[in-house]
Structures are given as structure tokens and as C-alpha cells.
Design a protein around this ligand. Structure first.
Ligand code: M7G
Length: 335
């Protein structure tokens, strides 16, 4: 459980933003509820900052995924809000059946359908707020056509690298985690070694209520590594350390063995501070397709076979139609 000081630190870091008062209202109500899946759940009670939210546009939505991405204004600032219905948990079924009201829709022979109104605590919507959101955030969440780009080592140097040096998302949230100014109470494992060390914590896509959609990220303490392209043989101890200790920590905390995990990097990532994704095998996490995900085990083997593998190989990745990097590839007649 986090101390009052840790919460004050979280609020201090958010204070850099004009929307701070929204975050400062947050106060802890309860924490550390164990659930049947072995995942740890933390809860912070806060005022409903969304009551003031004004929708500008639905960026994308999915009936199958049961989520919606909305652009709008929050206290006169651009914001993106992501609403997502959460999975139904086995350990809540008894409460769901006894505590709900049922409305009959139709009955025919042995078949009947109902609308079940669950008790509020079993009817939550996972909500993510990005505020103030930049133009790049709004584009990131907008459904768009994508194109596969072919990037040689030379293209990386002449097209991609100059672009990401100027245009990439801020990694302030990563530094807040590394400096324990945010999410300190969520850290699952920490190796403090300055060269091979990392922090392992839940990705903010995961609500930690069930292990079925487990999603953690390992963030390196080293700050210089931007992405897969920067990796050479000298990073093997770091990669092996993350792979080994990350898997051990997940086994210990969530009772999930390595054979149930998908451990991978994104290329291109959204945030150019080196990190590794740990998701449960079988959970189709966004970005786990072959055009973007690189298994850490493969990365390690490739670097063992060729220390310069990721400096020289052609890498493929999708870019959305209005991504500025795509325009650079078009200008260079590489697409
Ligand atoms: P990525 O491959 O750089 O980009 O992964 P992606 O978002 O396109 O996948 C960064 C990962 O960090 C993603 O899985 C995000 O969900 C996660 N993430 C992003 N932010 C801003 C936060 C945050 O503030 N806290 C946590 N815990 N995870 C975050």
C-alpha cells in the first residue's frame, strides 16, 4: 500500500500540467484487495472529473472489444477518454446471480433472453484519461488505414531517426515511474542495477482484476536505448536479465508460468524509452501482431548470432495514413 508521501509525489508530478487540480482531488479509499485470479487490485476514490467532459468526436469504437475512444474537452483542454467494459470474473458470479435484477426480453420454448442489471460494483467501466492530449495522441487513437513500411538500416538513419528525435511522444510518464513519482505502489518487481536493472509494473491497459488479460511492462533504468534499432550485443545481459527476472516475478506474483507468457518489444514503439511487454498468451493485446511485435527470445538469439543484427536488418512496421513518419517515407520515395 502506498504512503501518503507517495501520493503527494504523484500529485506533485502531475502539477506540471495545467489540469492538475483534476488529479489532486484523488484520494485513497481502499487498497490491496486480493482476488481469485491472484492479481492485486488497487482503488483510489476520486471526484467525477468526467462530469464536465464535452465530446468532440468518437475516434473509434468496437462492439466486439466493447470499447470506445473519444476526443473531447475537459476543463477547456483537449482530452482523450477510453472507455472499456471489463471481462466478467468467475469469482464474482455468485454475487452477480444473487445481487442482480433480471428483466425478461423474450421466452420461446426452452430459450429465453434477459437484461441483467448487475450491482454497481460488478458493472464497472475501465476508464483511461489522457489530458491534456496532444494532436499525436488524438491521431494514435483514431481508427485509420495503415501501410506497411520497409525500413533498411540506412532508412532508419536518414528518415526514421531524425523524425523520432523531433516528433516522438514525451516519456515524462516513464521518468515519473523510474523516479517513483508515479505508480510506485504498482511496482511488481525492481532490479536496481544501473546497467541491467528495470522496473516491472502493470501496463495501464490492464485493470489487474483477472490474469486472463495480464499485461505488464518492464522499463529499463538505462535511459539511452530508444528502441530495437539501438540494441547490440552489449545489451544482451540487460535483455536476458529482463527476460529471466520478469518471468520469475510474474510466476511468483500471478502464478503464471513462462509457457503462458508472450514477451515482446514493439517496433516502432510509441514511447522511445526501452521497454518490454509481458502479456498472457492467448490474450490478443493491441499490437501483438507479427507486423509490430518482436519476441524477446528471438531478439536475444538474433543478437547472439550477429551483434549488429538490428543495425543492419530491414525491419517492417505499419504506419497509419496520417502519421508524419509515413509522409517522410513518401517524400523519400520509399513507399
Ligand atoms: P509502446 O510499444 O511504446 O506503445 O508501449 P503502444 O502504446 O503503442 O503499445 C508503451 C506501453 O506503455 C503501452 O502498452 C501503454 O499502454 C503503456 N503505457 C503508456 N502510458 C502513458 C502509461 C502509463 O502512464 N503508465 C503505465 N503503467 N503504462 C503506460
Amino acid at each position: 500500500m502506498a504512503t501518503k508521501q507517495q501520493h503527494r509525489n504523484m500529485a506533485d508530478s502531475a502539477a506540471k500540467h495545467e489540469t492538475d487540480e483534476l488529479y489532486q482531488k484523488a484520494k485513497r479509499a481502499k487498497s490491496d484487495n486480493e482476488n481469485g485470479g491472484g492479481a492485486v487490485r488497487k482503488e483510489i476514490e476520486c471526484e467525477n472529473i468526467l462530469s464536465e467532459f464535452k465530446t468532440t468526436k468518437v475516434l473509434s469504437d468496437s462492439a466486439r472489444e466493447k470499447n470506445i475512444f473519444i476526443h473531447g474537452k475537459l476543463a477547456d483542454q483537449d482530452a482523450v477518454i477510453i472507455l472499456e467494459k471489463t471481462p466478467i470474473r468467475e469469482d464474482t458470479l455468485a454475487e452477480l446471480f444473487t445481487g442482480s435484477t433480471l428483466k425478461l426480453e423474450m421466452k420461446n420454448d426452452i430459450y429465453s433472453t434477459y437484461r441483467l442489471q448487475a450491482p454497481p460494483q460488478l458493472n464497472e467501466i475501465k476508464t483511461t484519461v489522457v489530458c491534456p492530449a496532444t494532436e499525436k495522441h488524438i491521431k494514435k487513437y483514431q481508427r485509420q488505414e495503415s501501410f506497411l513500411v520497409e525500413e533498411t538500416g540506412a532508412d532508419y538513419q536518414s528518415i526514421t531517426l531524425p523524425y523520432i528525435q523531433k516528433q516522438s511522444f514525451s516519456v515524462q510518464w516513464v521518468y515519473n515511474i523510474l523516479e517513483k513519482k508515479a505508480e510506485a505502489d504498482r511496482i511488481v518487481f525492481e532490479d536496481p542495477d544501473p546497467t541491467v536493472g528495470f522496473l516491472l509494473l502493470p501496463d495501464f491497459k490492464w485493470d489487474q482484476k483477472q490474469v486472463d488479460d495480464l499485461y505488464l511492462i518492464a522499463i529499463t533504468l538505462q535511459r539511452g536505448i530508444r528502441s530495437l534499432r539501438d540494441l547490440t550485443q552489449e545489451h544482451l545481459p540487460l535483455l536476458q536479465n529482463i527476460f529471466q527476472k520478469g518471468k520469475e516475478a510474474i510466476l511468483q506474483r500471478y502464478q503464471l508460468p513462462a509457457s503462458k507468457l508472450r514477451v515482446y518489444l514493439h517496433y516502432q514503439p510509441s514511447y522511445y524509452h526501452f521497454h518490454v511487454h509481458f502479456t498472457k498468451l492467448g490474450y490478443e493485446a493491441p499490437g501483438c501482431g507479427v507486423e509490430r511485435a518482436h519476441l524477446l527470445a528471438d531478439v536475444i538469439q538474433n543478437l547472439q548470432a550477429d551483434p549488429e543484427y538490428y543495425k543492419t536488418r530491414t525491419l517492417y512496421f505499419p504506419l497509419r495514413v496520417d502519421d508524419g513518419l509515413l509522409s517522410k517515407y513518401k517524400e523519400a520515395e520509399r513507399l
